[in-house]
Design a protein around this ligand. Structure first.
Ligand code: BES
Ligand code: ZN
Length: 462
C-alpha cells in the first residue's frame, strides 16, 4: 500500500525552494519579541534552550561509547528525563561485536631500543618470545610450505588485508605477527572483524620495519611481543523510545511522526555537539510536546551505536513490522545541531530529493527565518536506515563541520544556544504543523508567502 499522506503532501505543492541560502542567527533577546504565525507559537513559546544546554552539560561530562557504562549512564539519564515529562518509555537493547583496545603493548628486540609499535583493532592479547622471520607480504603463496611454528612473522603492508596476513601466518604456525608500513607515518589499522585464528599482532613504521627486516634477514633475531587488556566480544547498546499517543482517540490519525538523535559518541570525545546536542534537543522537544494536544502519535528516540555504523537505528528499523513502518509519516534526525564553529544549517536527505520531512522543515524555516533552510544530499547518520526502509527522513546538521568533530575538544563551551534553538524551533514547528489537532493532513500545511529576511529583521528593530 502506498503512503497516501506523503503523496498528498507532494500533490499539495509543499515543495519550496531548495536553493542554498544563508540563515542569519537570531539573537536570543530578539526571539521572545517575535510573533509567530498560527500554530508555531505553541511550540516556539514553550521551548527553553537553557534546558537543552543543561542536558548537553550533563551528557558531555564523558565520552559515551556504545556498550560501555558511560553509554548506560546516558541511557539512564535520557529515560529518566522522558519519564519525568510523563512519557511511557522503552529501552530497546541490541548486541554487537565490540573491541576494547589494549591497555599495554610492548615490542622488545635486542639492538632496537626505541621501537614504537601500534596495535590493530581486533588483535588478541599475548606474551610471546620467538624468533623473527621474514614473511614478505604474508600471502598464502609466499607462506606455502613454510613452517613458522612458534615464530614471529615480520610482514610488509600491502596486497592483501591485515586480517588475511595474520590468518595466513597463524595457519603456517606463527605465534605472533609484526606488520610494518609501506608508506610514511604510523600504522594503526583494523583486522576488520573478530576471528578465532588470530595471533597477537603489532605494527611498526616503514623505517622501523625496514631496519628490522635488514637484520632479521641474517637470522637469529628474537623478539618479545606483548599485548594486554584487549577484549573483543559481544557488547550491549540501547535505543531509548518515548511515545506520545494521539491526544484525542476519536480524531486520531493513523500515523506517527518520529524525532531522534544518537546518544553515543566516539572514544575520547565528549561529543557535546556529536551528538549530545541532538539528544538534548530531542529531550527538550519531548518536554514541550508533552502538554500540546496532537492528533498524530509522536515518538522521541535516542539511538545507540550510531558511531559504530548506525547500529541502533538499523536495529530499530529492522524490528518494525511492515504495518508499523507504513505508519511512520516521517523521521526528523538531529545530529550535530549546536556548534558555534560550524557553518549554516542544512537539511540532508539521503538521495538529495525533498520529502515530507524536508518540505515541512523548509516551510517552517521560511515562516520562522524568512528563508528555507537549504536541502542537500547527505547520509552518515541515523536517517539512512529509515530512508532504506522507504520512510521519509532527513537530518539536520550545520556545514561545514567544526574542527572539533570527533576530537576531545568537542565540549560544552563550543555550543551555541542560538543554533540549538533555531533547529528545535524548525523541527518542532514542522512536526506540529502536521500533528496539531484538526489538521486534515498535509493539504492544510501551506507554504507561506516568501518573506524576505530583512522584513523580519525590520520588524524586530521597530
Ligand atoms: N555526526 C556524524 C555524521 C557527520 C559528520 C555527517 C560530519 C556530516 C558531517 C556521525 O556521528 C558520524 O560520525 N558518522 C560516521 C558514519 C557512520 C556510518 C559510522 C561518519 O560520518 O564517519
Ligand atoms: Zn553524529
Amino acid at each position: 500500500m502506498k503512503k497516501p499522506i506523503v503523496s498528498l503532501a507532494v500533490a499539495a505543492g509543499l515543495l519550496v525552494s531548495t536553493a542554498p541560502a544563508a540563515i542569519y542567527a537570531k539573537p536570543l533577546a530578539v526571539q521572545s519579541q517575535v510573533k509567530h504565525p498560527g500554530f508555531d507559537h505553541k511550540v516556539v513559546n514553550n521551548l527553553n534552550v537553557e534546558n537543552t544546554y543543561n542536558h548537553i552539560r550533563y551528557l558531555s561530562q564523558t565520552p559515551r561509547v556504545a556498550g560501555t557504562p558511560d553509554e548506560e549512564n546516558a541511557v539512564r539519564y535520557v529515560k529518566e528525563q522522558f519519564e519525568s515529562y510523563g512519557y511511557k518509555t522503552e529501552i530497546q537493547e541490541f548486541t554487537f561485536i565490540g573491541y576494547t583496545p589494549p591497555s599495554k603493548i610492548e615490542l622488545k628486540v635486542a639492538g632496537f631500543d626505541n621501537l614504537k609499535p601500534d596495535s590493530f583493532t581486533y588483535s588478541v592479547n599475548g606474551d610471546i618470545n620467538g624468533e623473527l622471520v621474514l614473511a614478505g607480504l604474508g600471502t598464502k603463496e609466499e607462506l606455502a610450505g613454510k613452517d613458522l611454528t612458534g615464530k614471529i612473522a615480520l610482514i610488509e603492508r600491502g596486497s592483501i588485508s591485515f586480517g588475511e596476513k595474520v590468518i595466513n601466518a597463524s595457519e603456517a604456525g606463527a605465534a605472533g605477527v609484526i606488520i610494518y608500513n609501506n608508506a610514511e607515518g604510523s600504522l594503526n589499522g583494523t583486522l576488520g572483524e573478530m576471528d578465532k585464528r588470530y595471533v597477537p599482532v603489532l605494527s611498526l613504521s616503514k623505517a622501523e620495519g625496514e631496519a628490522l627486516a635488514a637484520v632479521v634477514k641474517k637470522g637469529g633475531v628474537t623478539a618479545n611481543l606483548k599485548i594486554e587488556g584487549a577484549d573483543a566480544g559481544e557488547r550491549t547498546s540501547h535505543n531509548v523510545i518515548a511515545t506520545k499517543p494521539a491526544t484525542n482517540k476519536n480524531k486520531a490519525k493513523d500515523g506517527a511522526i518520529l524525532m531522534g538523535a544518537h546518544h553515543d559518541s566516539v572514544p575520547g570525545a565528549p561529543g557535546a555537539n556529536d551528538d549530545a546536542s541532538g539528544t538534548a534537543s530531542v529531550l527538550e522537544l519531548a518536554r514541550v510536546f508533552k502538554d500540546i494536544p496532537t492528533d498524530t502519535e509522536l515518538r522521541f528516540i535516542t539511538f545507540g551505536a550510531e558511531e559504530l555504523g548506525l547500529l541502533g537505528s538499523e536495529h530499530y528499523v529492522s524490528t518494525l513490522t511492515q504495518e508499523e513502518a507504513r505508519k511512520i509519516i516521517g523521521y526528523f534526525n538531529m545530529d550535530m545541531v549546536g556548534s558555534k564553529d560550524a557553518g549554516d544549517l542544512s537539511i540532508k536527505t539521503v538521495d538529495g530529493n525533498p520529502n515530507i520531512v524536508s518540505q515541512l522543515s523548509q516551510a517552517s524555516s521560511k515562516r520562522l527565518n524568512g528563508l528555507p533552510t537549504p536541502l542537500e544530499e547527505g547520509g552518515r547518520s541515523d536517517h539512512v536506515p529509515f530512508f532504506e526502509a522507504g520512510i521519509p527522513s532527513a537530518s539536520f546538521i550545520h556545514t561545514p563541520t567544526e574542527p572539533w568533530y570527533h576530537t576531545p575538544e568537542d565540549t560544552l563551551d563550543k555550543i551555541s544556544k542560538e543554533k540549538l534553538l533555531d533547529v528545535a524551533e524548525i523541527v518542532g514547528t514542522a512536526v506540529y504543523s502536521l500533528a496539531h489537532p484538526d489538521n486534515q493532513g498535509p493539504k492544510t500545511v501551506k507554504t507561506p508567502k516568501a518573506a524576505k529576511p530583512q522584513d523580519r529583521h525590520e520588524q524586530n528593530i521597530k
